[in-house]
Structure formats: C-alpha cells, structure tokens
Design a binder for this molecule. Structure first.
Ligand SMILES: [Zn+2]
Ligand SMILES: [Zn+2]
Length: 328
C-alpha cells in the first residue's frame, strides 16, 4: 500500500497529499483528468520525498508525465510553487501564475535582506540589535525552491476549457498579492490554496515590498467567493469541507476580534507594530524569530487596516512609526 493515496472527490478529480519538511506537515495538490490529458493545481515543495510522492500518485491515477498539459498555481509560496520547475521539466506542461506572485517569488531566493527591508523592520519596532543574526528568508527556503522561471500569467476571470472540464480563475489577493483560487464549475469544486483553510487562518501580513493594506484586500477576497455555488472546498492544508460560507464567516470574525484587540492596544498610548504584536501574541525578545517576525507583520496588517478605517493614526517619531487610536 503506498504511503499517499489520491482521493477521487468527483469523477476524474484527485485530491493528493504531499509531505512537507515543516509544519503544517502536508500540502494538497489536485489532479484533474480531461479528455485530452491532465491538469495539476499547485506543485508541492521541492524535496526528494515530495517529488517522489507526486510521481507515485501520478502513477496511481494513470497520469503519464507527458499527458500533463497545464500546471495552475494558487500562489508563490514554496509549498505551492517550489517544485514547479521539475514538474515542467519532466512533463513539458505550461505553468500559470499571477504576475504579482511571479514577482514575489524572488523573495525566496534572496540570501540577504535589502536595505529597505532592514529599514522597514526598524521602523516598525523590531529590536534587530537585540535579536542576534536575522537570516534572510532565502537562507533557509531556497533549498526547497525550484520555481519555473517564466510562468504564463493568470488573470482574474480567465477561463480554461478542456474536454469535460471548465476552470474559472478568481483573483483572491490577501494572503499574497496575487493569490488565485480555481472554480471547477461543472463539479462545483473550489480549489482554494491558502485562501480559506478549515482549521487555521492563513497568515495575512504587511511586508516591506507588499501591498499597503493586505487585510482589506483579504477580507474583500473572502466576500468575493463566499456565495459561490460550491459543493466542496479543496484547501491546501486540511481536509476538504462543504460549507464555504460558514468558514468564511468564522475567519472574518477572527479578524474582527483581532482588530478590536489591536485597537485596544493602541488606545491612549502610541505603540509600534512590534509592541502591539508582543502584547497580542504574548511574546518577548526571547521568542523564536519565526514567531516574532510574522506576528509583527500580521499586527501591522491589522493596524494599517484600522488606519484605512480612520480609527487609528500613524505617528512618525524619527525613523520609527507608532500607531495610536483616534480619540484615545
Ligand atoms: Zn501560503
Ligand atoms: Zn500553504
């Protein structure tokens, strides 16, 4: 019995599991059989284990590599796009990714912080001199990243039609600037990548070179899809689930709670995003960098959202930005 067995969720639609070398410990990719070949959604990460688990599942469903026509990718993160290079090389498939994602992919190959990134960390209160060495993202991640170099562009509203299968592309920026989900209209299946996850909420952060108000983008992207006529949602992490609208509402409520919490944290006192994050998540400088940095970016996304709503203002003190609740 193979370790990973694809699950056929509708005729010719196979939900596959691939291992990850970190938490969450797996990612799902989807294979769809059409009259003339196969489509794949997301690539998995680039490790030997993941690549051989994928090839094994191609065999199990009867997909010969040269029959894989198209690879559609939700976003640029290593667990979704990292193995796209080898897949395209092996199969000759055409890979598609939103242009904003293709630009962001460079981030995972960089082994040093740009001066702009360092200034951004300081501006938002991250005590760099007290944290010790802070490796750039690529120092760790580039070993798992073999992205295809020139993916074809995905655009919102684009449709792919094959014998027996129709795919609609819906842009859902927020988790990343060009994240897309894929609606299989005939089967009423929605492949959502990291946009809507059943057990955890996707990370929404404001980054040095990212959109200014990613949480606003994300909440708008949730509302865009909540009423789609969907039988089953296929997330990248966790099991497929039927009730899209219910899960969307839960995630919106989670962010509304976080927004209230962060508004309270800057009531009566101006604070940096780092200070707000350390209050909201209860950490100090001894916590792992993998907690402190994402939490700061997530707090920043919420604070910028509150600025956009007119509830919080930014105060510039030299090279540092602090946030304060209006009327507080
Ligand atoms: Zn992601
Ligand atoms: Zn993911």
């Amino acid at each position: 019995m193979p370790e990973f067995v694809p699950q056929e969720l509708a005729a010719g639609v196979f939900f596959c599991t691939l291992p990850l070398p970190m938490k969450p410990s797996h990612v799902h990719v989807t294979l769809v059989r059409t009259g003339s070949g196969w489509l794949q959604f997301d690539s998995g990460i680039y490790t030997e284990e993941s690549w051989s688990a994928l090839k094994d599942q191609w065999r199990q469903v009867g997909c010969h590599p040269r029959d894989l026509r198209i690879l559609l990718v939700t976003h640029h993160h290593p667990d979704h796009f990292g193995n796209s290079g080898p897949i395209v090389q092996e199969s000759g498939a055409s890979a598609y990714l939103h242009p904003a994602e293709a630009a962001a992919a460079q981030h995972y190959l960089r082994r040093e912080h740009s001066p702009e990134a360092v200034a951004f960390f300081r501006r938002h209160g991250i005590p760099l001199e007290r944290l010790g060495p802070v490796p750039a993202v690529g120092t760790f991640w580039s070993q798992f990243y073999r992205p295809v170099t020139n993916p074809l562009p995905l655009t919102d509203g684009q449709r792919f039609q094959f014998e027996g299968c129709e795919v609609e592309v819906i842009a859902t920026p927020g988790h990343t600037p060009g994240h897309c989900v894929f609606f299989l209209s005939r089967e009423r299946l929605l492949i959502v990548g990291d946009h809507v996850l059943p057990k955890i909420t996707p990370h929404i952060g404001r980054f040095p070179s990212g959109p200014e108000n990613p949480l606003r983008d994300y909440l708008a992207s949730l509302r865009r899809i909540e009423d789609l006529p969907v039988n089953l949602v296929l997330p990248a992490h966790g099991r497929p689930f039927p009730d899209l609208k219910r899960r969307v509402q839960q995630i919106i409520q989670h962010h509304e709670y976080r927004l209230r919490e962060m508004l309270a944290a800057v009531h009566g006192e101006a604070r940096t995003a780092y200070e707000v994050a350390s209050l909201a998540w209860g950490f100090d400088e001894r916590a792992p960098l993998s907690v402190q940095f994402p939490a700061t970016f997530e707090a920043l996304a919420h604070l910028e959202y509150l600025c956009g709503e007119g509830k919080v203002i930014r105060e510039e003190h030299g090279d540092t930005t602090r946030y304060r609740a209006l009327g507080g």
